[in-house]
Design a binder for this molecule. Sequence first.
Ligand code: A2P
Length: 307
Amino acid sequence: MSFGCIIDTTTSSKIPSEAIAEMSLTAQNHRILLNDGNNIPIIGLGTYSAPKITAKDACYDAMKVAIDVGYRHFDGAWIYGNEGEIGKAIQEKIADGTVKREDIYYCGKLWNTFHPPEMVRPSLEKSLKLLNFDYIDLYIIELPLAFKPGDVIYPRDENGKYLYHLTDLCATWEVECHPYFTQPKLREFCDSHGIVIVGYSPLGTCRDSLWVNTKIPPLLDDALLNSVAAKYKKTSAQVALRFQLQRNTVIIPKSFNPERIKQNFEIFDFSLTNEEIKLISALNRNERYVQLLMWKDHPEYPFNDEY
Ligand code: A2P
């Protein structure tokens, strides 16, 4: 999961969806151009893993595998509790000559309790210190749901009710994106305004019923995705990722498993036909996996809006 990411509205491009298949993105060169001259690697490693059940250094180990495999984009957040591990892995890979800082694209996120403007810079600086970076490439609002500012990261009252806070969130969007939630209207809007979408949960996320809608069957079990996968000797995960890549959507699959980290990156050596793209698009159910129902009474709860 990446709770936060969203649309990169700071940097955007307009590349027609059909054109992307011809662009021959490769494992070595898969940055897509943004209309301000910046660019972003089209695949990134998601780094959220529930802290309570994640072994210490799992993220650090995964990061080192991912850099060796060829990932250059990392989607993280202060709230994930592992920016120190991310920073350590990147610094070591810089020190051993595998990468330079400028090869890396890191997206960090402002947590819900730090929305007041005067808290933004100190929060970013906290992340920079953990990462041992002097800049990060993209900093976004994790969720458009502000909590009571302060050091308690999930503030609640004596009855256990979450304590919310109101801020100006007009620049914030939430965008889950995968074959069961293809976001046709949002894509049309973004395409017409030259905005690249970063789709989180591209594999249908994990099945944590605390915040995931587990009534939707697992995306990766889908019969069509699996039959297309068999044709190309790929997995359903690789087909789901390649589908997004051919639609010019940046994907940030999370895995801390070395085999799956590698597998999710092996999507540059096959191409789906237009017919397959059409069939996969038709899987859309207009339903989100990530619903965050525990915060549905927040006045800014975003998922009742069409997009
Ligand atoms: P793991 O870290 O053990 O690989 P999303 O990116 O949509 O949030 O999905 C992340 C979930 O999908 C994690 O539970 C991750 O577990 C699992 N996952 C990642 N890559 C694959 C893959 N290639 N095949 C099956 N499951 C995967």
